[in-house]
Design a protein around this ligand. Sequence first.
Ligand code: IPM
Ligand code: MG
Length: 361
Amino acid sequence: MDLKITCIPGDGIGPEIVAEAKKVLDAVAEKYGHVMHYTDILMGGASIDAYGVPLTAEAVAAAKSADAVLMGSIGGDTTTSPWYKLPPDRRPEAGLLAIRKELNLFANLRPAVLYGELRGACPLKEEISAAGFDMLIMRELTGGLYFGERRTTEENGVRKAVDTLVYDENEIRRIAVKGFDIAMKRRKKVTSVDKANVLDSSRLWRSVVEEVAKDYPEVTLEHMLVDNCAMQLVKDPAQFDVILTENMFGDILSDEASMVTGSIGMLASASLNDTKFGLYEPSHGSAPDIAGQDIANPIATVLSAAMMLRYSFDLDREADAIEDAVRQVLKEGYRTGDIMSEGCIRTGCKQMGDLLAERIR
Ligand code: IPM
Ligand code: MG
């Protein structure tokens, strides 16, 4: 099969981790007889440095012409990087928001899994981590506070800022359908998270989710207020299968969920539209403090590439091969610095990529 993949190496550790993901994809191509066609585009700070804007129309066109996009990470140190002296709509993150909107990537899937081999890294008490957990956050990605009208004004010498949280029922329905569909392939439980005790948008969210639930009689639906969910994630994470939520809540809860795994360097994500097209990226950021030192963990990006094979190309066997290779090297004791523990073998970014590629071959 011919796979047309646009890559966004991005900023910080982005280029290093994408290089390792390509190495692993090349091993998959070799073993299973596929051909990878990569095109690299700039986004975020790298694009600002080259073109003065975080995302160009040409880059969007290149992304649209591919079957899928594989991304590293974008952005820099917000206190020291000159990118953050620019107006907000020209900073690195604006490129990411723009590409999500341009490609209509409304469904963001963020799995948070406690790996058996890395249980020691889980910051929760042992009696909680012993149960293990495997959840998936289905975050709405192109609506809500992120894309509502916003402005900053000054009235009679008093500065005032407004952000608007808007959802229509169609936006809620399509993400709910994605949430229930994926729950059918997992443990058939959806926890819909909202703030329906305060917000109108949440009350609409809850009623549309209940309508969608009628088409999925096998799936257990529960509603949870977002503040309670933040608490439950550290109290009893094993209770969750699919967490379905709006953009801003999903942003916050997915960071929390990844932190409790103790290994954010391991977590992948997919952003999907209504077709097979998707953008795949690690859940972590660009870690500018460790960029260029060959110590970053490429596994989250490698696992994002596996998600890409699974969701955009229906190559389940190949995706399994990548996930098996990850488990294998962990079992053999190889660790990058972020997940290092006593008695393990410390590896760099490139060496981790090499090991994974070898295990696949
Ligand atoms: C994320 C990030 C982005 C978001 C930022 C970089 C704009 O935090 O993907 O979770 O808030 O969506
Ligand atoms: Mg975030």
